[in-house]
Design a protein around this ligand. Structure first.
Ligand code: DGJ
Length: 730
């Protein structure tokens, strides 16, 4: 049983295959967090909490003269407010009397089979292979009548626990939520922990940062209305000595696509606390009597086997439990060519057909018509919102264009940027109030476009109707859903003045609603997400999109870092990666080998390639298919860190049964007359023997030898050479 409730001890033990999480209804009915780590039995771990008088940390009134019980030092499942806990907190609710206090004590619980779902927010689902149980534990304030239900779904086999919180207003007055976190995680001993996050910027998303957890509040956040290029909604707390293979690692990933917040601190007693949820900046959400408010879900995993295992837990879960599309596993994703870097806005139907014809010989199976096919759109200053075909460019009409492309034996994909509007567009002229703008001010322009008010039903209906009409008008196989600016001017015409604090979150809820109305109603279309590259690449988006465009930066060497960072959380099969004209000094084969560490495709003008280049592309497209299963479904290992001063960058994908592996090595800094370099493989079966093809020949060695002694890399070869080694069990 995944969840065991011990009535006598008042403990709840949440077991996955390799971990245990324990909480307990403790002193004065506060709910204590006791443990999260490697599997233990259902024994009561409350002996870990040592009580002693803590100066300047007060005591709840009903602990009477007892001075050893202070919420400022207790490990808790969720915090109180104004009850003497001065650490970072998980809830701030303004009550009808103006006070901010919340004194949540245990009220009730229930345990049931299957995962929880949330109101308007995406959550993971259980497959037939999963055993999932859920604990709903409700704490409440006896005075204010505000209740919080803590939700825990335990995905046993995957070592994943999904958490969220649901606030219920059972009073007879409106209250205003100022802050509500999805998760609060206390660690009784937080010294010697590092915090890992994935910061970045446009064109350089998901780099890796690791820093010691110290006695101040570490804040990882986006306030941009999207999960953002600048931070990803992921953090890990790991042993300071943890590496790829060893050490305790706690990973947290928030399923949310808007402004988010993760805070972590080491407290005065070297206990650690981490919270994660919706960013509380510019957030104030009223909850009326009888209403509930759901937070987004957080995916948590633990392993003592290092960073690689933490990533595998997420990868496995992302491939299995986030997206029901047939393109996740059952239908192979085609090699695509995207027109953006080939033509930008300058194309017509003839040009597209010519690119498709040339690309066919490269092994390309689908052409994607990017930005510029709709309304009046010859540059990025106009047209957004006008989702009808520009017949000056697509002269034969969309249905006929797709018919011609299909006639070449190729599939067709199309681009949209639904959430935006250009001031120079029919949509804006008809509905200027649909753009977000603060009264009396001009809205901030970004890429010369404004943001549609996604809190409004009529906007949802417009988008669902117009986009679905295009999708149903032709044989469309793929959609790229883009967004090219951050969200500003949080103000909605549809909400009264005292409810404008809802806008940021309601935008995200509106987005999910529109996605439901378009993506979920087109199960035969493959959807890829994009936000000026990877500006909204997050686990919630992956419930709609099977893959996400990693970055507008297609420079292969930059992509080494980007893929490395992304791989902490995201599996190869979710990362859009293309071969482009960028970095001409990097050989084509190397670009392709790097793009194969994602969902492979091209971003260039196929009509301009030489015959030799077309043949090289065909070879690489064939390789993508040859190694598709290994790359998409194998266990991914980071073998060399591109953020360090290394001569080689390398990664590996190993099949689940360990009978096959693919090791990719890129030379980045080879010196003249340099030393012999070796790459140590990972994840192989020690006692199996493997035939290794690649590099400059072939060899046979045991898994043991390949992992502990390594694989010699050819010497005296130019920088930016790629070696792809294929290991097959003999
Ligand atoms: C940003 C995307 O990341 C690009 O790939 C391209 O689709 C442009 N937008 C089009 O405007």
């Amino acid at each position: 049983m995944a969840i065991v409730y011990n009535e006598k001890k008042q403990t709840f033990s949440l077991h996955t295959a390799r971990t245990t999480y324990q909480l307990k209804i403790g002193n004065l009915n506060y709910v204590n967090h006791l443990y999260y780590g490697a599997t233990i039995r259902d024994e009561d771990l409350s002996y870990l909490i040592r009580r002693y008088d803590r100066g300047f940390s007060g005591n709840p009134y009903d602990s009477l003269q007892e001075r050893t019980f202070s919420l400022d030092a207790q490990p808790q499942e969720f915090t109180t407010q104004q009850q003497g806990d001065f650490r970072i907190n998980s809830i701030e609710v303004q009550n009808s009397d103006g006070s901010f206090s919340f004194d949540g004590r245990y009220l009730s619980h229930r345990i049931y089979n299957g995962p929880f779902t949330l109101d308007g927010l995406p959550t993971p689902f259980a497959t037939e292979q999963d055993t999932v149980q859920t604990l709903e534990l409700t704490i409440g304030d006896a005075i204010t009548k505000i209740r919080v239900t803590l939700l825990y779904s335990v995905f046993e086999e995957s070592d994943i626990i999904v958490r969220a919180a649901r606030v219920h207003n059972s009073s007879s007055h409106r209250v205003d939520l100022k802050r509500i976190m999805s998760v609060n995680m206390d660690f009784m001993n937080g010294s010697n922990m590092d915090l890992i996050s994935l910061p970045g910027r446009y064109g350089q998303e998901r780099q890796v940062e690791r820093q010691p957890l110290t006695h101040h509040v570490h804040k990882i956040r986006s306030g941009r209305g999207i999960s953002s290029h600048q931070q990803n909604p992921f953090v890990a707390l790991v042993d300071s000595t943890a590496n790829e293979e060893f050490g305790s690692c706690y990973g947290f990933a928030l399923m949310y696509s808007g402004s988010f917040l993760a805070e972590a601190e080491l407290d005065q007693y070297d206990q650690a606390r981490l919270v994660m949820g919706i960013n509380d900046r510019l957030f104030s959400f009223p909850v009326e009597p009888g209403e509930t408010f759901d937070t987004p879900a957080v995916l948590m995993t633990y392993t003592h086997k290092g960073l690689a295992r933490m990533s595998h837990n997420f990868h496995h879960f992302f491939r299995r439990n986030l997206n029901r599309s047939k393109f996740v596993r059952d239908v192979r994703r085609p090699v695509l060519i995207n027109t953006w870097e080939a033509a930008f806005f300058d194309f017509d139907d003839e040009k597209l057909v010519n690119i498709a014809k040339a690309a066919k010989d490269m092994g390309v199976e689908m052409i994607v018509m990017d930005d510029g096919w709709f309304g009046k759109r010859d540059d990025d200053n106009s047209g957004l919102g006008d989702w009808y075909v520009n017949e000056k460019k697509i002269k034969c009409g969309l249905t006929e264009l797709v018919r011609q492309i299909n006639g070449l034996g190729m599939k067709f994909g199309i681009w949209f940027e639904p959430e935006m509007v250009s001031e120079d567009s029919d949509l804006f002229r008809a509905h200027p109030d649909w753009a977000m703008e603060i009264p009396g001010r001009h809205a901030v322009r970004s890429r010369n476009q404004l943001v549609l008010d996604m809190t409004r039903r009529e906007v949802h209906e417009y988008l669902i109707e117009h986009i679905n009409r295009i999708l149903d008008s032709a044989n469309i196989y793929y959609v790229k859903w883009d967004l090219n600016r951050a969200i500003t001017d949080l103000w909605s015409n549809a909400l009264p003045a005292d409810r404008q604090g809802e806008v940021s979150h309601r935008y995200v809820l509106g987005l999910y609603r529109v996605l439901d109305g378009i993506v979920k109603t087109h199960p035969d279309i493959m959807f890829e997400g994009c936000a000026g590259g990877g500006g909204r690449f997050d686990p919630a988006m992956l419930t709609y999109f099977v893959q996400y465009w990693s970055s507008d930066n297609t420079k292969p060497l930059d992509n080494l870092k980007l893929h490395y960072g992304s791989s902490f959380l995201y599996p190869v099969c979710t990362m859009g990666a293309h071969v482009s004209e960028a970095s001409p000094m990097v050989p084509f084969e190397t670009k392709a080998a790097i793009a194969m560490c994602g969902t492979f495709g091209y971003e260039l003008d196929a009509t301009k390639l030489k015959k030799k280049e077309i043949r090289a592309c065909k070879k690489m497209s064939d390789l993508y298919h040859k190694y598709y299963d290994l790359n998409f479904f194998g266990d991914y290992y980071r073998l060399a860190n591109p953020f360090e001063q290394v001569n080689l960058v390398a990664w590996e994908c190993v099949s689940k049964d360990k009978s096959e592996a693919l090791v990719t090595v890129i030379t980045v800094n080879l010196t003249v007359n340099g030393p012999q370099e070796y790459i140590k493989c990972k994840g192989l079966e020690p006692d199996k023997y493997y035939r290794v093809e690649g590099g400059t020949g072939s060899l046979t060695a045991s898994g043991m030898a390949l992992m502990h002694a390594g694989l010699p890399i050819p010497r005296e070869i130019p920088e930016y050479t790629a070696f792809i080694y294929h290991l097959v069990e003999i």
